[in-house]
Design a protein. Structure first.
Length: 295
């Protein structure tokens, strides 16, 4: 059997009539995608859907998720949510927390930037989404590539350059909560440098967002912390670039075509969005709005 099933093949595979299958498609209840006007059904996604026990007596129609974008905080995304008129609220709690809420139906979308200890970060977002059984029908939409690094005091008085210099100088390092993308990056960079985590002078409590990292540095509670160039620039602090990362939005297929997400996706393709990204600094939005993964 092919990896992508046509409507009649999927109906036969699921032992449903084509009419019933079309009803499920209309309700956004079955994993599928539309290509050149025809519905296609990824067999692997159908298998995960069945294994997850999602068949319900009420015809699988599910309540719409709350109009909230959770996951990671980002200045450009925050601005786009306001300016696009999409009506979506923001609940920034970190990438992994956002994915968990999305899987439980508590969010309409989650913003993520994930990192792995082995250093292969380019596909970390799509691979993580593909492996989550609760997100069998997820879509990953590219928002931007972002420059991540160290936010330090103006003039970088300690001459910090990387994790090794932070450890050697016992610089006070602000950190993000467990599961936040910036914290995952910090742990990955420390591991790649071969530095024990207890060799760092970590500041507690953790800072909820990038701007909170900047505030800790500006107030003198920390010497450095992990955040984006845009955060450092907005706070008038110096920035030590360390890497570029993927910053993506994840949502369910049934939510993709709703008015709120569609308004946001239309806006991030506009010139105004691209101009704002350039103004904030540290963004590459050439692929904004592109579909990176369909489960």
């Amino acid at each position: 059997m092919p990896d992508l099933l046509t409507t009649d093949e999927a109906a036969t595979y699921l032992r449903l009539s084509e009419r019933k299958l079309y009803e499920l498609v209309a309700n956004g209840a079955v994993p599928c995608t539309k290509v050149t006007g025809k519905w296609l059904f990824p067999k692997a996604a159908l298998d995960r859907w069945l294994a997850a026990g999602l068949v319900a007596p009420a015809g699988l129609a599910q309540a719409a998720a709350p109009a909230i974008v959770g996951g990671s905080h980002d200045p450009l995304l925050e601005w786009a949510l306001r300016e696009s008129g999409c009506g979506l609220a923001s609940l920034p709690e970190g990438s992994e927390a956002g994915l968990r809420r999305l899987a439980r139906g508590e969010l309409m979308a989650a913003a993520i930037h994930l990192h792995r200890l082995d250093g292969d970060d380019e596909e970390a977002n799509v691979e993580a989404v593909a492996q989550l059984s609760g997100l069998h029908d997820a879509v990953v939409i590219g928002l931007a590539r972002r420059e991540q690094g160290l936010v330090v005091a103006a003039g970088n008085p300690l001459r910090l350059a990387d994790m090794a210099s932070i450890a050697a100088k016992r610089a006070r390092l602000a950190q993000r909560p467990q599961g936040a993308g910036a914290q995952l990056l910090l742990l990955a960079l420390v591991a790649r440098a071969g530095i024990p985590l207890d060799a760092l002078a970590l500041v507690k409590p953790a800072c909820p967002t990038g701007p909170d990292i900047a505030q800790a540095v500006r107030a003198g509670r920390a010497d450095a912390g992990m955040a984006t160039r845009a955060v450092a620039q907005a706070a008038g602090l110096d920035f030590v670039p360390l890497t570029w990362e993927r910053f993506d939005l994840v949502l369910r297929q049934r939510s993709y075509f709703l008015p709120g997400p569609q308004a946001l996706f239309a806006f991030i393709r506009t010139g105004a969005f691209h101009e704002r990204a350039q103004e904030l600094g540290g963004y590459d939005v050439a692929q904004a709005g592109e579909v990176r993964q369909v489960n």
